[in-house]
Write a protein that binds this ligand. Structure first.
Ligand code: DX5
Ligand code: ZN
Length: 233
């Protein structure tokens, strides 16, 4: 994938039907998802447990767009190769996951995958200043990671603005994850974000038997984002 500043909507399959991932992934893509966001949790870095590499490998054949793997695990370095082999297109690790985020990003790059660095709500933007030349994306968490359906933390908007300023002319995307919906997405676009993870706001009211609701939800987020983008430009 080449650099692309267009708006990207990445539904999180954390809000999908866990008995039906293949169909859920195909449904969100057919309904307009740009990426598929996979939340990996270890019950240690975050208080929840989700997908090991075999699960991610099983998702892979269903993903025709771009598989964005968000690792909320510590330590993270020992598992990078396994998630790369499972078929991730982008691997995002948390700055807080260990003492050597620079080494972590080198390890992701060494697999040939795109690399992202994520910041928890309590972590200032400034900590990534020495890492920007190693990343394709900065993920600003707008909730404390671990669960879907949490309330958006408004201070993330100012953090996005700071990260965009630090990025300058570099070709780096800014993703926001947590509580993103048609109301919160506008100010985030205005602040400089271009990639939006949404779990509950995409999956609400829909199912594999009623996928049109996914499409309506994705369009509502995209329309709000594009409206804000016009005002920026
Ligand atoms: C939270 C995850 C998110 C989560 C977002 O730890 O990283 O991707 O699924 O869910 P919503 O959009 O419901 O806040
Ligand atoms: Zn996530």
């Amino acid at each position: 994938m080449s650099f692309d500043r267009s708006i990207k909507i990445a539904p999180s399959i954390l809000s999908a039907d866990f008995a039906n991932f293949g169909q859920e992934i195909r449904a969100i893509e057919a309904q307009g998802a740009d990426w598929v966001h996979v939340d990996v949790m270890d019950g240690h870095f975050v208080p929840n447990l989700t997908f090991g590499p075999p699960a991610v490998k099983a998702f892979r054949p269903h993903v025709k767009t771009f598989m964005d793997v968000h690792l909320m695990i510590a330590p993270v370095d020992p598992y990078i190769e396994a998630y790369a082999e499972a078929g991730a297109d982008m691997i995002t690790a948390h700055w807080e996951a260990g003492p050597h985020p620079h080494r972590t990003l080198q390890a992701i790059k060494a697999t040939g995958k795109m690399a992202g660095i994520s910041l928890n709500p309590g972590t200032p933007a400034s900590v990534i200043s020495e890492l920007l030349d190693l990343v394709d994306m900065v993920l600003v968490m707008s909730v404390n990671p671990g669960f879907g359906g949490q309330k958006f933390i408004p201070s993330s908007i100012e953090k996005v603005r700071q990260v965009r300023e630090m990025i300058g002319h570099r070709e780096i995307m800014i993703q926001v994850d947590g509580g993103v919906d048609p109301n919160t997405v506008g100010p985030l676009v205005a602040a400089g974000a271009d990639c939006f993870v949404a779990g509950s706001a995409v999956f609400k009211g829909g199912s594999v038997d009623n996928p049109a609701a996914y499409g309506e939800n994705i369009r509502a987020i995209r329309t709000a984002a594009q409206g804000a983008l016009k005002n920026v430009a």
